[in-house]
Design a protein around this ligand. Structure first.
Ligand code: SAH
Length: 244
């Protein structure tokens, strides 16, 4: 190879690695800003949600999951913005604050069995897995479910099982669940309440008056009773299926 050619190749290689480092540090700064935005939203909504801040475990999980990997190529610049983004098929990856809030409300501990309905990009499932949960997640749109399963495996989230199907039926073979997180809005599927363990927590956006949804926390108590509390008005894509 001619010397000038070798020099040119070396220079291009150097430039490429400088670009990679720059991109990484940009996303570091963006991630730090996102964590601050999420903390701010917790404080701003605390009177409604009853949750003033993220627990250290949830904060660590949120800070650690690479959201840019769950966002399509066209959305990279906004991957660490505190807002939902489109992931194709008319669906969205949820706003990071809402993911953090739902995770906090689910009260996940390492080793818990957690069901998610609405895999979407796989981001919420990754956050739950980062907390040490064994995650079962159901997606009704096959290409989304397949893509999320491949990505979660590539990123090393081994404790996540993805199933293609209608999450209104839950996942009876893997029940009971210590927590259930539903990331699409609609009516309460009875099967999910049945598959909740005693002491378990179900977080779901339920259809409310005037076409709005209310993020709702449902808890199953030791005496078998089930209580329900409104947490925050939200807007999710619809929970489809369930015999609609
Ligand atoms: N948790 C996702 C957000 C996904 S948006 C994330 O972190 O990216 C909601 C998802 O729920 C969509 O992908 C939609 O296809 C899916 N969905 C809607 N109804 C469903 C159902 N009955 N069963 C399973 N998935 C459903």
């Amino acid at each position: 190879m001619k010397p000038w050619r070798r020099r040119f190749m070396l220079a291009s290689l150097l430039l490429a690695s400088v670009c990679v480092v720059a991109a990484d540090s940009r996303s570091d700064a963006a991630r730090t800003r996102l964590m601050k935005d999420i903390a701010h939203d917790f404080v701003a909504t605390a009177r409604m949600t009853g949750v003033r801040e993220m627990s250290p475990a949830v904060a660590e999980a949120m800070a650690g999951v690479p959201r840019h990997r769950f966002v399509p190529a066209g959305g990279q610049a906004a991957a660490y913005a505190n807002r939902p983004l489109t992931i194709g098929h008319g669906q969205t990856i949820s706003q990071p604050f809402i993911v953090a809030l739902m995770t906090e409300l689910a009260g996940v501990s390492p080793g818990d069995r957690v069901l998610e309905v609405g895999t979407g990009s796989g981001y919420q499932a990754a956050v739950l897995a980062a907390l040490g949960a064994r995650v079962y997640t159901v997606e009704i749109i096959e290409p989304l479910g397949r893509h999320a399963a491949a990505l979660l495996a590539e990123l090393g989230y081994e404790d996540v099982e993805v199933r293609i199907g209608d999450g209104n039926a839950g996942w009876p073979e893997a029940a009971p669940f210590d927590a259930i997180v539903v990331t699409a809005g609609g009516d309460l599927p009875e099967a999910l309440v049945e598959q909740l363990a005693v002491g378990g927590r179900l977080v779901i956006p339920l259809d409310a008056a005037r076409g709005e949804q209310e993020l709702t926390l449902i808890e199953k108590h030791a005496d078998g009773s089930v209580t329900q509390r409104d947490v925050l008005p939200v807007r999710f894509v619809p929970l489809v299926g369930g015999g609609d």
